[in-house]
Design a protein. Structure first.
Length: 97
């Protein structure tokens, strides 16, 4: 799986504080108040993982967010693109793919 350099540079070092999931999307909440919304084909089983983001890997519809300590939040998106959005704590858009 290839490194998503742009998303890694943006969220590496952010601490995962929690996640809200349903059948269509997962919202990952970071400790700084920012969020990452991922459109999903199915709810991720590992969304409750906590830790600091170290890198993001992506291949097709698979998206993995690796955390310190070895945990990974794994997403399967409905499409390879247009599935991830990151918003700053103030609601401004930081990333859209």
């Amino acid at each position: 799986m290839a490194l998503n350099q742009k998303l890694t540079r943006l969220i590496a070092g952010r601490s995962v504080a929690g996640a809200d999931t349903d059948t269509a999307q997962c919202v990952v909440h970071f400790g700084d108040g920012s969020t990452m919304t991922v459109k999903v084909a199915a709810p991720p089983g590992s969304a409750d993982s906590r830790g600091t983001v170290t890198r993001v890997r992506q291949a097709g519809t698979a998206l993995d967010v690796d955390l310190s300590g070895g945990a990974t939040i794994s997403f399967i998106t409905p499409e390879p693109m247009a599935s991830v959005m990151v918003r700053a704590a103030n609601g401004s858009l930081e990333y859209a793919d």
